[in-house]
Design a protein. Structure first.
Length: 259
């Protein structure tokens, strides 16, 4: 637990001491949300959307997830920096289990993603969105599981790479399309059949659908602007499996490095 706590605290201290990283994780999605949302405005009307809903409101849950993705994944880039500076080698030769090392790094990155997502979530009233307490708790659970899964995915990618340039390339090639194929930009009902299948298999789709259901359709309904929304337990289960699978992959990769 001391290893986990130390690495977790180090990730938070390094992130919030670097103001450029804080701004870089929060401001680009904010500009993205305002620019695209204001540009489409009332011209975009998703199927089944409530009367009076504009694209800024529809796009808000997806932007929250984008903030979580930016923060959680880019926080794991410190793994490459630690390897280059020699800190990671010092940690690896210490008499501590690899499980604790992975848990500390992933927990630190996922905490940062959750906190940044929570900060952006506070803008919901400015977008004209309201939410009750049970739905808010559900959204917070979605944020926590999403940030944990994305942090694990980022760790798994960073463990295999030796350059930050390669990490950014993988980010642009894999993670951004993963976010775009989650229903964050457009509802799945108007997409081709193959894209609907990809969206259904994408674990991030369940985070977007759950937040859309909570913010837009309301906590008492069972649908979202994406169509029939998955039940809340299904959303939480899929994201929990996603977080667990990526964490186990990180532990396996870290232990395999010894061999």
């Amino acid at each position: 637990m001391l290893v986990v706590w130390t690495l977790w605290q180090r990730e938070l201290v390094r992130f919030y001491r670097d103001k450029a990283r804080v701004i870089g994780a929060l401001v680009p999605p904010l500009i993205f949300w305002v620019a695209i949302g204001a540009g489409l405005g009332d011209s975009f009307r998703p199927p089944g959307a409530p009367a009076g809903m504009n694209y800024l409101q529809y796009f808000f849950p997806g932007t929250v997830l984008l903030v979580v993705l930016f923060t959680s994944v880019f926080a794991t880039i410190s793994l490459i920096e630690d390897r280059r500076e020699g800190f990671l080698q010092s940690v690896l030769v210490a008499p501590v289990p690899r499980f604790g090392i992975v848990a500390g790094k992933v927990l630190g990155a996922s905490t940062l993603g959750f906190l940044q997502g929570l900060l952006f979530l506070s803008l919901a009233p400015a977008a004209g969105l309201r939410i009750d307490l049970p739905a808010l708790i559900f959204v917070l659970l979605l944020l926590g599981l999403s940030s944990a899964g994305l942090a694990g995915l980022g760790f798994w990618i960073a463990w295999r790479l030796n350059s930050t340039q390669g990490f950014h390339s993988v980010m642009n090639l894999f993670l951004i399309p993963m976010w775009m194929m989650s229903g964050a930009l457009f509802p799945s009902s108007g997409a081709p059949a193959w894209m609907r299948a990809v969206i259904k298999l994408n674990p991030l789709s369940y985070a977007v659908a759950g937040m859309q259901n909570s913010f837009i359709a309301g906590a008492s309904t069972g649908s979202s602007v994406m169509g029939a929304a998955p039940p809340r337990p299904v959303c939480l289960l899929v994201l929990a499996l996603f977080a667990g699978a990526t964490f186990l992959a990180c532990v396996f990769s870290a232990r395999r490095g010894d061999q």
